[in-house]
Design a protein around this ligand. Sequence first.
Ligand SMILES: [Fe+2]
Length: 290
Amino acid sequence: MGLELVPSDEEGVAHLRADARHHCLALVAGRSGVLASGFTVADEDALAAAEHELERRGLGVRRLGAASARSRRVRSGIAFDDPFGNRLELVTQQESLARPVAFARASGITEFGHLCLDAPDVHEAYRFWSGTFNAKVSDWIGDAACLMRIDPVHHKLAVFKGDGPGLCHMNFQVASIDDVFRNWHFLVDHGVEIEMGPGRHPQSTAVFLYFLGPESFTYEYSFGVRRIEDDAAWRPRTFDPAEPGSIDLWLGPTSRPTTQPQARDEPAEAATPGTPSGDPAEVPAAALSR
Ligand SMILES: [Fe+2]
């Protein structure tokens, strides 16, 4: 992938960095499964307001303990499950590192791009994300996907239709279309399973490449994502996934990326560092900045 492995004395956790933040992806030793997906909120007041609002809506919310917050390099945070069973976290003040990112490989990564969660009904998922978090739909892919923005980027969050909760993929932006194709050759040369691409999504206009990591998690590189600067003028569009070109403008073969299922809480006595049971060290699979 090319991410920096951040030196750490925390056993069993690999913090991976793509931008100024301490990490945007943490891998925890243990069985496969998504532990949590995290978002940074503005400050402690925003976190408290979110905690109150989520509880008011009947969602079970708990505060991250000190060890969990330390592992995430955040000041504080809360955890809850969305209505579809995806474990989410909201955190404050994730640490930044002053030194430049020491990329493991010249993959051209410029920043974290987006997360894609699964839910059985993407329209219901949109009601949750728009009603609770003010996310805005940028485009629909029929009943298959809802692409949402929380800033000018066409989508920082997507929900794909899936049987159960899980993290469908995590996207990183690269600096040029050349990086996408160089990465493609690199991955093929190294025996990595390409899931889809290179191609171009008509919704975001991004040139994409989806591939499977050794832990069966799907990563995506992309370049050229659309920005929606005039929020009020944008009208979400709906694309039929069965129509040619609706997933890949270049008409390449398409397939649904493999989803990493949401991990279930383990009994406390079985807990190992980094598992979501109890206080010690619950680590976000991904942290998305506001
Ligand atoms: Fe994506």
